[in-house]
Write a protein that binds this ligand. Sequence first.
Ligand code: AMP
Ligand code: MN
Ligand code: MN
Ligand code: MN
Length: 301
Amino acid sequence: MSARDKTPKHAAVKVDLHCHSHCSDGKHSIDFLAQQASDNGVTHLAITDHDYVHTAFATSTTQGVTLINGVEISCDWHNLELHVVGLLVDPACDALQNLLVSQQSKRRERMTAMDGLLTERGIPGLMQSLGELPAVSLSRSHVADFLVTTGASKTRQKAFKQFLGKKGKVAVAPDWCSMHSAIEAIHAAGGIAILAHPGRYPVNRRRLTLLVEEFKTSGGDALECAYPNIAVDMQQALVTLARDHQLYLSAGSDFHDAGAKWTDIGKFPSISVNDEALAVWHHPRWISEFGHAVGMSAQAV
Ligand code: AMP
Ligand code: MN
Ligand code: MN
Ligand code: MN
């Protein structure tokens, strides 16, 4: 009998390890997210705001849902913009907070520069409008909302295409930390470092493999391989890359907004039964927090 066969059975557990609150570019409060998770049968929800960690909870239970402290750090890898999720991070860690405060102030500077460019084009008021939001970590997503509200863009998608994308009218290049520093800060805070939505980056398979190799040699722990709209062949490629590089697998909805009907907390393709042994809930850090995971699932609602 293997060690896992001997672990006691617990009630079914269902995770969502990636979502955003209104402290970054999500639309909702933590209480709303916890209620939505509860309604959808999610038992463990990680709040992973962009470059911001909540201090109010470490891991706590709200509406019967265990909230996990996380973060999604924007970073640079050879001029490619990447996101690294940190799971089970300690918000009191100075090294992590120093990095996040620096990222937040770079975000604010970027918004101020965009405000200047928009004002020159006859669209003033961005910073004032951002000041009315609960967000600590500002993002282009907020600018997209502003452009729709002012009537400068018909939709958020158009705002990104015409104004905010790399060739947009008010594009300002970001200045993120390196992938290596993001992983280091997450580890300093006792967290698990996960490469977020690897199939969404504009790279071919050869470069994706190089990225995963460097992510692993930089100390990275897991690849997100179950998220909305991931193609079946991409998920299989990521599972193979994870196996080849001794990385765990993670899963999450990347939920931002209940108004965007195609996303929901807990809604994303599952990690297949054959690959479950690689899931991040078998990571020693997860086990030290929650014990052995039996009956865990990451499935569509
Ligand atoms: P930033 O971190 O300031 O670069 O803003 C990026 C955020 O904007 C992402 O986290 C997404 O939530 C959102 N976003 C990025 N690209 C698009 C897009 N094409 N359409 C809608 N939202 C987007
Ligand atoms: Mn976002
Ligand atoms: Mn992301
Ligand atoms: Mn995200």
